[in-house]
Write a protein that binds this ligand. Sequence first.
Ligand SMILES: Nc1nc2c(ncn2[C@@H]2O[C@H](COP(=O)(O)OP(=O)(O)OP(=O)(O)O)[C@@H](O)[C@H]2O)c(=O)[nH]1
Ligand SMILES: [Mg+2]
Length: 402
Amino acid sequence: MIRIGLIGKTNTGKTTFFNAATLKYGEVSTYPFTTKEPQFGVGYVRALCPCRELNVKDDPQNSLCVDGWRFIPIELIDLPGLIKGSWSGKGLGTQFLSVAAQADALLHIVDASGSVDAEGRLTKPGMGNPVLDVYDIEVEMLLWFSRLVKKAVERASKRAGETPSDEALHRALGGMKVRREHIARALEASGLEGKPFDKWSDADIREFSGRLRDFSKPTIIIANKMDLAKAEENYERLKEEFRDRMVIPCCSEAELALRRAEQKGYIKYIPGEEAFKVLADEKLTKEQRWALNYFQERVFSKIIRTGVQFALNACVFKLLGMNVVYPVEDASRFSNGRGRVLPDAFLMPPGSTAKDLAERIHSDLAKGMIFAIDAKSGLRLPSDYVLRDGDVIKIVAATKRG
Ligand SMILES: Nc1nc2c(ncn2[C@@H]2O[C@H](COP(=O)(O)OP(=O)(O)OP(=O)(O)O)[C@@H](O)[C@H]2O)c(=O)[nH]1
Ligand SMILES: [Mg+2]
């Protein structure tokens, strides 16, 4: 399953975001460093389900279908707040970072209202500086990567004169979910291809580490607490400063409140929607009514949506470029062997082929694979057909005998 880690300073709303996305009950408070241990939970990305286009009633198994929207599970990791010195182990920093290392991508949650002071306490909006907050955390990430790369390079350079094959680095950085292609790209981007390890300067290590950090842990900046004063101003500053990054405005608190209200049946709200509808006005307390009005005025009217679902989708589909593919066994009924229609939705990395899909379903299926069928058109596809978003695919394999 795809993993997304939530990083950032303390009190920026990481756990609120996590709770909203997973409907868990992680502790949220106004005190700094509330989250003490990483927490894992399941959230969802949302994609248009082919059930409407194919005019079938689906029966999902690994995912959910709500009003024609398919919700596909991903794993989220809520991390304790990072601080200056986390990279060197301060405040259990390296332990938390090694959990972040298990992620495929990161959401860097920032308090866009700037209401967290240098010690991590909540103060008046505008007192903190979200742009500097982003840099502080980036520095921690970079120092941490540099430290691990330095160790890896030192280990490799003991075998004197060894050129930096991506394999040697890959072995040394194995625990960080760094893929070989990330290493190859980082070597190329930093102009270090072929330079022997024992000739790498500190500047080389820094340059390579920065590239590797960006390629292996792509990151979106989440401008959270957009409902508060000063947030819009700071959101503009964040966009201006980090022009080559995605910056997404968000109000985690609104998403959390709306999902809980939806669970209780007070409102109709599908995560990611640009509106919600009150169903049981008479059941609402005065405070709840006030809160819904507040979110309408301070969130939906200002930033269109709460941004939580939007951020998860942007991360999986835009940043990681995943495609949703629906494997079926019966290409005319769009079902599995037991008649479940469009049972599974798989997130496949960009460039994956029909053969990769077969491998994902079962290695035996991939071994015996002859071709695939595009269930929507009935067209026969070669094993190396590159999957496209929304494909419904049947894998045809030789049946095993004996
Ligand atoms: N106004 C507003 N407050 C928010 C929002 N998101 C979180 N908060 C508040 O910010 C405070 C901190 O939230 P948490 O979710 O505990 O923050 P955290 O980043 O997990 O903090 P640590 O676990 O200490 O690192 C709480 O008082 C939340 O209610 C938001 O979108 N808007
Ligand atoms: Mg927390």
